[in-house]
Design a protein around this ligand. Structure first.
Ligand code: NAD
Ligand code: UGA
Length: 452
């Protein structure tokens, strides 16, 4: 069996590395247009930081796992092609700012049709709007190369920072296909691939459209829980209730459950906002404006939470940060990743820069170039200083804004850090991470999300 995966990103790389590790008789080639990304996958400085990933890659690379820019050759020889390219929010034309931009998916389908090489199973791994498989099928069926294609949907549910454990032991694998003899045979082929390490009762099969829609729905439900608890965090601040205590109290109800109830400065990442905007766009497209408005609120609440966090900084610092130096701890959208896409840090830093603050930024994994480009700044902008450690970033600043829950911030020596800061020194904990007693004992004025 030969697999080609188009797209060597945060999903394609780790997912295929796990398939190669678990299915030693299968040759897995991950291809991408981006030569430097492929070069990094072929080095020990992987483009994706993910605990445990390097070990998995090293175990299979060069044996049955390959990273290459020879896209057409790999497509030609493959029995199964996974499409794992990006599906960002469209930034132009109709649906701008809401719809998913499917141009990369379409290009892949056209390329598969052009290259040929025999009958193939084509699997959507990317997150796509429901009915995208129809477009892929039409492009493939209209090619005159004489080959048969079965199009499946196999959305990915891994979360960054825990990708390896999620892939090794997923809650479920979802595979959607046509309810025809050929469709079921293709679904069985992909089921048997995953069944090499995952219990069959965790592998769910559905029709194509249910599978595509389940992915958007899962992300919408997860994000909705965060916006719900963040909404309550504002009420906690106004009333003296403690949001962690409320989350704990409601989370022990087994019908609610305890996960995804951590209030924060807001959710980030490349998918939650994009997928909800896309879901809402689809609802409008299918004549369901009330449903669209319902889901839009999840994103609106998230934006409100980021604004509210900056407003708390302003309120605590005499309503001005102009000329003041603020330390930013953590730029990634969550811990254990080098990904800063849609990170709440972007919104918070941009607002602080608008208010003429100076920023000293430290993140254990996000590089300077990514931070600069995320903020739309040029190299050498003297309003930003990049630091090599948490303590360096805090020195000679008036306040710390903790935006990512990296473990090292939890265990920092707050007394030492406080001694190096301008007074009064503020600590704004956007993740409810630090031990409040230790921080206040060190001398800081502490503000936390959802706590007075
Ligand atoms: P990414 O941007 O990290 O990677 C996509 C890669 O595809 C890029 O390297 C790009 O160069 C490549 N590419 C684009 N068009 C190509 C083409 N025509 N031929 C070859 N290569 C091409 O994106 P990602 O984070 O891996 O996400 C991919 C998809 O998976 C998205 O639809 C996303 O919504 C979904 N998803 C992401 C995550 C996540 O945690 N990041 C989790 C689940 C699902
Ligand atoms: C999310 C989903 O969890 C994955 O199942 C899905 O596959 C993926 O999106 C995707 O489709 O891209 P990811 O965005 O990588 O994964 O990370 P999460 O752990 O979901 O965190 C997302 C954001 O929510 C982070 O900013 C995180 O800090 C925040 N969050 C999470 C909270 O603020 N509170 C919580 O309780 C949980």
């Amino acid at each position: 069996m030969k697999i080609c995966c188009i797209g060597a990103g945060y999903v394609g790389g780790p997912t295929m590395a796990m398939i190669a590790k678990k299915c030693k008789d299968t040759k897995v080639t991950v291809v991408d247009l981006n030569q430097s990304r492929i070069d990094e996958w072929n080095s020990n400085e992987l483009p994706v930081y993910e605990p445990g990933l390097l070990e998995v890659v090293q175990e299979a690379r060069g044996k049955n796992l390959f990273f290459s820019t020879e896209i057409d050759d790999s497509i030609k020889e493959a029995d199964i092609i996974f499409i794992s390219v990006n599906t960002p929010t469209k930034q132009y034309g109709s649906g701008k700012g809401r719809a998913a931009d499917l141009k990369f998916i379409e290009l892949c389908a056209r390329n598969i049709a052009k290259v040929g090489g025999g009958d193939k199973i084509v699997v959507e791994k990317s997150t796509v709007p429901v009915r995208t498989a129809q477009m892929v099928k039409e492009i493939l069926s209209e090619s005159d190369n004489g080959h048969n294609y079965q199009v499946l949907s196999n959305p990915e549910f891994l979360a960054e920072g825990t990708a390896i454990t999620d892939l090794e032991n997923p809650d479920r694998v979802l595979i959607g296909g046509d309810i025809t003899t050929a469709g079921k045979k293709a679904v069985d082929t992909v089921v048997n691939l995953y069944a090499q390490w995952i219990d069959k009762d965790k592998i769910i099969t559905t029709n194509l459209w249910s599978s595509e829609l389940s992915k958007l729905t899962a992300n919408a439900f997860l994000a909705q829980r965060i916006s719900s608890i963040n909404a309550i965090s504002a009420l906690c601040e106004a009333t003296g209730a403690d949001v962690d205590e409320v989350a704990n109290a409601i989370g022990t109800d087994s019908r609610i459950g305890s996960k995804f109830l951590k209030s924060s400065v807001g959710f980030g990442g490349s998918c939650f906002q994009k997928d909800i905007l896309n879901l809402s766009y689809l609802c409008k497209h299918f004549g369901l404006p009330e449903v669209a408005t319902y889901w839009d609120q999840v994103v609106e609440m998230n934006n409100y939470q980021k604004d509210r966090f900056v407003q708390r900084i302003m309120d605590a610092m005499f309503n001005t940060v102009s000329g003041k130096s603020i330390c930013i701890w953590g730029f990634a959208f969550k811990k254990d990743t080098n990904d800063a896409r849609e990170s709440p840090a972007i919104a918070v830093c941009s607002r602080l820069l608008e208010e003429q603050a100076k920023l000293k930024i430290y993140d254990p994994q996000v590089d300077y170039t990514t931070i600069l480009s995320s903020l739309g700044l040029e190299k050498g902008d003297n309003r930003i200083t990049f630091c090599e450690s948490a303590i360096e970033a805090a020195s000679e600043t008036h306040a710390i804004a903790l935006l990512t829950e990296w473990e090292e911030f939890r265990g920092a020596d707050y007394g030492l850090i406080y001694s190096k800061m301008e007074k009064p020194a503020h600590f704004f904990d956007g993740r409810n991470l630090v031990d409040s007693k230790k921080v206040t004992d060190a001398g800081f004025t502490l503000s936390r999300i959802g706590k007075v």
